[in-house]
Design a protein around this ligand. Structure first.
Ligand code: AMP
Ligand code: MG
Length: 491
């Protein structure tokens, strides 16, 4: 079993000036115990198998004690929440313990969420409840399984500490690992408080830590912002292609690395409904599924404004102007591969538009549609047609699609066979996604002390593209109670 001292730990964020954070000791939870440990990720980070059973490692990662060299701290940031600037944000319940160098040399932050009060807790209690912790654990690992950039979940603990929300709930703690916890809101804080030296230092550190190759460029800050725009465009393209709604795209929840960050009332689409709103406090639909591409640009513009002391206006404008092109390019590539199309043809946009209209009009399940399409050939179209009420229209679209797909060539310059197309499509169209109702079943069991379903789901969703025949029920349509569930935003 590994020991704490054998890990490659560092405290690089803690070495920044005190304006970046407050040092905070975690407030231990009562009788905290692990209910999930992400063994594959742990091994990647240099932990030995079963490392969470080591007393010192458990103490350090649970917030029971500060174990050297960690110097727990609450990061200071600000941000735009629902379009309104809030200067008072920061880690209100999360603490950065330090950084760990993974086996491959990559550096990850170790962050614990639910570790008690900090100077930025405002009206909050510094805690996280079990249900929201399970949702973040499962969804961040599901996103990783899908190949969408995200923060990761290393482990999760439950405790006897009561936490008061609409009802009393068990206090829990998520151990989050991410290559960065720097948000757009970090830059906004230094800009709006006119701490330009710190704004500059932050940009320098982002370049040094994440993109050192940019330091040789003529305009490193411009190159940095271009990277942020690019990574954000790719993340959004993937969200839209996979039917993921984040729900709270405030600028304090936007990672500079373009990783999906801070899982709250998120949802994967069941029926294809473009204007779907997963956050029940979002009365205006600001963060509706089909608004996400626009909101990301709004957020990037807010970041651009915060970077204006470092980057000339026209360079910021130019980088922002590229967003739509990049997003369009990434999104088309994603959708083409979901449809098994290798090349782009002029008639494709009509084929795509008609597909989306058909899906929306028929309230067709988004994920099941693409998975069914990943097994379809000229002789067997029934499984796809069965997903539609208007079967004649579905059949007509499918005929056009199959005729289009039949024109594609494979790598050897021969016509792409149905088998080849389907094989490629099953690698990008998941069979299993974290539907809200599946998470809810796991949460209901966990609240009764049975964590088996959480572990089961985590294992299943780590390989969402594989056929796992004994788990076919997890790919079924949600039951009627499981559609459009109201997920409490109090987490
Ligand atoms: P979120 O909605 O989780 O992105 O959080 C927005 C802000 O509220 C961040 O500054 C969080 O740290 C803070 N916050 C959320 N929940 C709590 C809580 N239970 N206690 C203290 N601060 C919190
Ligand atoms: Mg947040």
């Amino acid at each position: 079993m590994s020991s704490w001292t054998s890990l490659r730990l560092s405290t690089r964020f803690a070495s920044l000036p005190s304006a970046f954070y407050s040092q905070v000791s975690p407030t231990p939870l009562e009788n905290s115990r692990f209910i999930a440990w992400n063994e594959p990720l742990a091994l990647q980070l240099g932990f030995a198998p079963e490392a969470h059973l080591d007393a010192e490692i458990k103490q350090a990662l649970s917030g029971d004690a500060i174990v050297s060299p960690c110097q727990p701290l609450a990061m200071k940031y600000a941000g735009h929440q629902f379009g309104v600037y809030n200067p008072d944000l920061g880690d209100g319940r999360g603490l950065l313990l330090g950084e760990i160098t993974a086996q491959n040399g990559e550096v990850f932050d170790l962050h614990i969420k639910g570790a008690g009060l900090t100077p930025y807790s405002r009206m909050g209690d510094g805690r996280a409840v079990l249900r929201s912790t399970i949702r973040e654990y499962l969804c961040s690992e599901a996103m990783s399984g899908l190949g969408i950039a995200t923060t990761r979940a290393l482990g999760m603990l439950v405790s006897d500490t009561p936490v008061y929300r609409e009802k009393t709930e068990p206090g829990a703690l998520l151990i989050r690992a991410a290559t960065s916890h720097i948000r757009f809101g970090h830059f906004e804080h230094f800009f709006y408080t006119n701490q330009i030296d710190h704004l500059t230092l932050l940009a320098d550190k982002v370049i040094e830590w994440y993109w050192p190759e940019l330091s040789n460029q003529a305009k490193p800050y411009v190159a940095m912002f271009e990277r942020i725009v690019d990574n954000t465009a790719l993340m959004i393209a993937k969200w839209q292609a996979y039917g993921f709604a984040h729900g709270v795209m405030n600028t304090d929840n936007m990672s500079v690395l373009g990783q999906t960050f801070d899982y709250g009332p998120f949802a994967f689409l069941d029926d294809y409904e473009p204007s779907f709103i997963c956050n029940h406090s979002d009365y205006q639909g600001r963060y509706a599924f089909d608004q996400q591409p626009r909101v990301a640009l709004w957020n990037l513009s807010a970041l651009a404004h915060a970077l204006s002391p470092l980057i000339e206006h026209q360079d910021l404008e130019q980088a922002l102007a590229n967003y739509e092109t990049l997003l369009g390019r990434y999104y088309s590539a994603q959708m083409r591969s979901k449809l098994g199309l290798v090349s782009a043809a002029p008639q494709d946009s009509e084929l795509f538009d008609d597909m989306f209209t058909l899906l929306a009009d028929n309230h067709t399940d988004y994920t099941r549609f693409f998975r069914a399409l990943s097994s379809v050939d000229q002789d067997d179209t029934q499984a796809v047609i069965d997903l539609f009420i208007d079967r004649d229209r579905a059949r007509a679209w499918l005929e056009r699609y199959l005729a289009r797909a039949a024109l594609e060539l494979n790598g050897a310059g021969e016509l792409l066979s149905d088998e080849q197309r389907c094989l490629a499509m099953r690698k990008v169209n998941p069979k299993y996604i974290l539907r809200n109702y599946l998470a809810q079943i796991a949460i209901d069991k966990a609240e009764q002390g049975d964590y088996s379903e959480v572990q089961h789901l985590a294992a299943l969703l780590a390989n969402p593209y594989d056929e796992q025949p004994s788990h076919d029920v997890y790919a079924n349509l949600p039951p009627s109670w499981g559609k459009k569930m109201e997920i409490s935003c109090s987490s």
